[in-house]
Design a protein around this ligand. Structure first.
Ligand code: NAG
Ligand code: NAG
Ligand code: MN
Length: 623
C-alpha cells in the first residue's frame, strides 16, 4: 500500500517550495535552464504549464470583454425601449446582473487562491483577498467570514463512534503556538477546542505567541481572551515571547506554563474534530510513556473545505523532511480500525503526559526556527524508553499553508537542525544526513550549536542506539556504508557543468549547469555503483544507477537492483581526479559536444578525460 508516500505535507515542514523546485528541476529542458536557475531566487517559480494557462486566460478575458459589451448593449436597449413590459425588463436586468456577477475581471488569474474560489468577487474584494493570501499563505478573507463554530465533517471511521471512555479521564492543557497567524483562524481553533472537548477535562488553553508583529494579535486578541475568560473563567492564558525563539522553544514555553495531567501541543491553525481528546486522554492514562498523535485532515488553504486524509504513519527521510509511510502489517492484521498505530515519528503536533514529557527533556531548545525538532523528539522518545502512537479515532483538521510567508527558505534551518539531530542521536549512521544534504562530513561550516547538554541527557536516560531504532522501529530507513565519494560530479574539460539526472521521468543523464539541488547529487560506492539524484535510501524505493546499457554510446539511469538483476553494467572504477572506467570493457564515461555544441555524457574508448567528485569520505581516493 503506497498511500501518500513522498507527499509530505506542510504540517511538519513547509516544504512545498522544495518539492516545487524538485519537480521543476525534474522537468527542465535546455531552454528553461537559465531562467530556472535565475528563477530560483524568486518565490514563485515559473511552472512549465504557465504558458498554456496564459493562452487560456487570454481567451477568457476576451470572452469577458464580449460579455461586458453584451451587458452594456442590454442596458442601453432597456433605456431605449420605454414601452418594454415590466416582466421582460426585470428578466433582462436579472440577466445583466448575473452577467456582471459572474464575469468580473479576474485580477489574479495566476494566483492559486482563485483556482477554485472567488467567483463573483468584485475587483476590490479580489485585491483584498489576494493581499491577505500573500501575507498569510491561506485564505484569510474567507476565514474572516466563516462562522467560528462551523461544523466540519466527522472523518472518523464509523467504529470510533461505538467507543466509550472512562468518566475519570486525566485533565488536559491545550497549547496553541503561533506566529503571525490570522486572528479568525486562532479564534476558530479556540472555539473548536471549547466546543469539542469535555469541559470537565479541559483545564486550560495556553496561547504562545512567538513574537508576532501583526497588530490584530495585540490588543484585539487580548480583548478576545478577556471575552472568553468572562464566559469560561481562567480558561485562556497567553504568553508572549519578546523575541523570536522558534518552534521548539515556543512549544517548551507552553509546556512550562501547563498545569494539567496531559498536554496537547498543537498549532493554532487547526480545528479539532468531534471527540478528539477522549482517545488521547484514555491512551495516556493507560500508559504514561506513550506520545500520541492524532490523525490529520487538511483544511484547504483556498476554500477552507475539509479534505479527509487516510491513515498513515509518520516517517522521515535522511534529510529529515517528514513523509507518510504505509501502515504496518501487524496493525492491518488486527482488523481494528480504532487500534493505536505504532509510528516511528510525529509530524509536529502531539500529546503527552506532562511529567513524562519533562522527564525525557520536552523539546530540544537548541533547535532553531523550524524543522527537525519533531524527529529529534521522536528518536529521543523511542531510544529512551517511550513510544509513539497514532490514534485513528482522534482527528484534527490542520490548515496547510500554500506558502510560508515568513520564511523564504526553510531548508537552511532544517539542514542545520538535521545535523544537530544526527550528531546527538544517530551514532555511526549520522553520515547519512550529511550525505543526503550534500554537506561535507568534516568542516561543514554549519554551526549546529552546543550539543553537550543533550548528549548528557542521552547518557542520563541510558538511551538505546540509533541502530536499535532503525532495526526495531523504522526498518524502512536504510543506512548505506559503502559510499566513498559524493556531491557534484564534474569533468575537468568544463567545470561549469555537472552530471545531472536529466528530465524526470526519464533515464537519460545529462551535463547541466551546476546548481545546488538534489538532481545533481551523485554518490559513488566502493562497490562500483554511481547513484545519481536524491539519496532516498529506503528499503521500498530505489536509487538510480549510472548504467552502460550495453549498446550505443549513451549511458542510462536504471533502478539499481533491477539493473543488477537484469545483468546490466552498473559497476565502474573511479578514483578522485581519474577516469570513470567500465570494470569489464574498460570503456570510459566521458563528455563530448553534440551537434548543437552542448556537452553530453557518452561511453567511449578512454581518452584522457578525468572527473572530480565534490566530497570524499575519510581518505578515499587521496592517491
Ligand atoms: C454557532 O453559534 C451561533 C451563535 O451563537 C448559533 O446560532 C449556531 O447555532 C452555532 N452553530 C453551531 C454549528 O453550533
Ligand atoms: C562494460 O562492459 C561490458 C562487457 O562488454 C558491457 O556489456 C557493459 O555494457 C559495460 N558496462 C559499463 C558499466 O560500462
Ligand atoms: Mn502547521
Amino acid at each position: 500500500m503506497m498511500l501518500r508516500r513522498n507527499f509530505p505535507k506542510a504540517l511538519c515542514i513547509g516544504l512545498t517550495l522544495v518539492i516545487a523546485v524538485n519537480i521543476l528541476l525534474g522537468f527542465y529542458t535546455k531552454g528553461t535552464l537559465q531562467s530556472l536557475i535565475v528563477g530560483m531566487v524568486h518565490r514563485d517559480l515559473p511552472l512549465p504549464l504557465a504558458e498554456w494557462d496564459g493562452a487560456v486566460i487570454k481567451r477568457l478575458s476576451h470572452l469577458e470583454v464580449e460579455l461586458q459589451h453584451l451587458k452594456e448593449t442590454m442596458k442601453w436597449s432597456m433605456k431605449r425601449q420605454e414601452n418594454v413590459n415590466n416582466t421582460l425588463k426585470q428578466a433582462m436586468e436579472a440577466m445583466a446582473s448575473e452577467t456582471q456577477h459572474k464575469f468580473h475581471k479576474k485580477l489574479f488569474p495566476d494566483s492559486q487562491l482563485f483556482k477554485e474560489w472567488g467567483e463573483g468577487l468584485s475587483e476590490a474584494q479580489q485585491k483584498k483577498a489576494q493581499d491577505l493570501f500573500q501575507k498569510f499563505g491561506y485564505n484569510v478573507y474567507l476565514s474572516n467570514q466563516l462562522p467560528l463554530n462551523r461544523t466540519i465533517l466527522d472523518t472518523r471511521d464509523s467504529r470510533c463512534l461505538q467507543k466509550t471512555y472512562s468518566s475519570q479521564l486525566p485533565s488536559l492543557s491545550v497549547i496553541l503556538i503561533f506566529m503571525n497567524e490570522a486572528l479568525s483562524v486562532i479564534e476558530r481553533a479556540i472555539t473548536s477546542i471549547i466546543n469539542r472537548t469535555p469541559s470537565q477535562v479541559l483545564k486550560e488553553i495556553i496561547l504562545v505567541d512567538d513574537f508576532s508583529s501583526n497588530g490584530e494579535l495585540k490588543t484585539p486578541l487580548n480583548k478576545k481572551i478577556k471575552f472568553y475568560n468572562q464566559k469560561y473563567p481562567g480558561l485562556l492564558k497567553i504568553i508572549r515571547h519578546n523575541k523570536r525563539r522558534g518552534l521548539a522553544q515556543s512549544r517548551n514555553t507552553g509546556w512550562e506554563a501547563a498545569t494539567a495531567d496531559v498536554v496537547a501541543i498543537l498549532d493554532a491553525h487547526i480545528e479539532v474534530n468531534i471527540r478528539w481528546a477522549e482517545p488521547i486522554l484514555a491512551r495516556i492514562q493507560e500508559d504514561r510513556t506513550v506520545i500520541v498523535s492524532p490523525v490529520f485532515d487538511n483544511i484547504r488553504f483556498d476554500t477552507f473545505n475539509l479534505q479527509k486524509y487516510g491513515l498513515a504513519i509518520d516517517g522521515f527521510n535522511w534529510e529529515l523532511w517528514c513523509r507518510y509511510d504505509s501502515l504496518p502489517q501487524t496493525w492491518l492484521d488486527l482488523h481494528d480500525a480504532t487500534a493505536p498505530v505504532k509510528s516511528p515519528s510525529i509530524m509536529g503536533i502531539f500529546a503527552a503526559d506532562r511529567l513524562f514529557l519533562g522527564e525525557i527533556g520536552v523539546l530540544d531548545g537548541g533547535m532553531l526556527v523550524y524543522g527537525g525538532e519533531n524527529v529529534e523528539l521522536s528518536l529521543r522518545v523511542w531510544q529512551c524508553g517511550g513510544k509513539i502512537e497514532i490514534l485513528p479515532c482522534s482527528r484534527i483538521a490542520h490548515l496547510e499553508r500554500h506558502h510560508k510567508p515568513y520564511a523564504m527558505d526553510l531548508s537552511i534551518a532544517l539542514k542545520r537542525n538535521a545535523l544537530r539531530v544526527a550528531e546527538i542521536w544517530m551514532d555511526e549512521h549520522k553520515h547519512m544526513v550529511y550525505l543526503a544534504w550534500n554537506v561535507p562530513l568534516e568542516n561543514s561550516g554549519i554551526d549546529y550549536g552546543d550539543i553537550s547538554s543533550r548528549k548528557a541527557l542521552r547518557e542520563k536516560l541510558k538511551c538505546k542506539t540509533f541502530d536499535w531504532y532503525l532495526k526495531n522501529v523504522y526498518p524502512v530507513l536504510k543506512p548505506i556504508h559503502s559510499i566513498v565519494g559524493y556531491g557534484r560530479m564534474k569533468n575537468t574539460l568544463d567545470e561549469s557543468i555537472c552530471l545531472d539526472q536529466g528530465p524526470v521521468p526519464g533515464k537519460s543523464p545529462i551535463m547541466y549547469y551546476c546548481h545546488t539541488f538534489s538532481p545533481q547529487n551523485v554518490y559513488y560506492h566502493l562497490t562500483g555503483e554511481f547513484y545519481v539524484g536524491a539519496l532516498t535510501a529506503e528499503t521500498d524505493s530505489e536509487e538510480h544507477c549510472l548504467t552502460d546499457p550495453g549498446k550505443g554510446e549513451k549511458p542510462t539511469l536504471e533502478p539499481c537492483s533491477k539493473a543488477a538483476k537484469n545483468g546490466l553494467y552498473i559497476y565502474w572504477n573511479f578514483k578522485l581526479g581519474g577516469a570513470v572506467i567500465n570494470r569489464t570493457t574498460k570503456r570510459c564515461l566521458e563528455i563530448k559536444k553534440d551537434t548543437s555544441g552542448t556537452y553530453v555524457p557518452v561511453l567511449q574508448t578512454c581518452t584522457t578525460q578525468v572527473w572530480k567528485i565534490q566530497h570524499t569520505i575519510r581518505d578515499w581516493g587521496s592517491n
